[in-house]
Design a protein around this ligand. Sequence first.
Ligand code: EPS
Length: 390
Amino acid sequence: MSFRRLRLLTAGESHGPALTAILEGLPAHLPISQEKLQHQMKRRQLGYGRGARMKIETDQVEITAGLRFGKTLGSPISLLIRNRDFQNWEEIMNPWQEPSQAKRAVHRPRPGHADLAGGLKYGEQDLRNILERASARESAARTASGALCAQLLEHAGIQIASHVIRIGSVSLTNRNVGWDRIQNVQDSDLLRCTDPIIEQQMVDQVDSAQQNKETLGGEFEVVARNVPPGLGSHIQWDQKLDGRIAQAILSVPAVKAVSLGDAITQAASPGSQAHDEIYFEEGRGFFRKTNRAGGLEGGITNGEEIRVTGFMKPLSTLMKPLQSVDVVTKKAEEAVVERSDTCAVPAAGVVAEAMIAMVLADALLEKFPGDTLEELLAAMHYYRKYLSNY
Ligand code: EPS
């Protein structure tokens, strides 16, 4: 399964010359703000517990196709993000020339990373040929593409935000956080948590993980607001928007589970307490007093906020390496130790926002197909009018 109206391809190795993305399917005439795009890139680089790499990179996006005078042309948009760190890796990651000796070759796979599975699949014994592409660095290309889609969604009145619910064993006690509090999370908030007291405990946990050469995972929630009812469809398995969202979130590096609304509590509740009763008021239309479903019923948006939680495993590059085997000598060895982050949950939340922006833009373009932004907005206007008379 992939997008239905959009097409996205990314390319790039973590320490290679650059990341590239090609995004096709955005309508013509969409104004793109460079400032908003760069702001999303900056947000992805933040978060307490990131490693030294984030001091090297600035993730400046160059657009080399599909945009003219700040507006989309309807043609594929090509985005380029240079890896500033490439200057330190030029010999090792050179596309043409081999170094005189196999420098920084990796033979001791890290449990949890793509190293061994990828090495077996692609017949590589220098596992750097796998890990460079498997690196979460690739998520910068997706963040840039998602930031363009978010600018399309803005025209449709749809907003997206994220916050951190858990880092390691520290979590919010009340997980039902309202939109206003989530939207008010500042970039200066160290872990993008809405509760400053819990956030301090999270910071302490990151500090102690770092001291103990550990890494930490956690949970983030992405919320999308003002999404019209009727995106996605019940009629076919691959059109169900909940499934499309789940794939998008599970593709974020290190995310191992995803839930919608209160799914985890719902699984343990009787049916009478698991659903969202339906009400109607003149002028307001249909509404719910709860949103346990997370904005989706039958794979279709129901007009409530879309609420998605991603569960991230602790990063698999450990400074205190786990048991492994040298793939060349077959001898028991400790896994390779590569520079990395201690915790990247807030960044994963920002990447997940980008993924949700792309899934929603795709679903919006599926419901309101058109070559131009004007066509899309006119169709949406007509649809909203129809809904108000339903
Ligand atoms: C990553 C390892 C680290 C992270 C990287 C993801 O990179 P390095 O090995 O160069 O220190 O910093 O994330 C990014 C570079 C980024 O832009 O988010 C990994 O192994 O997945």
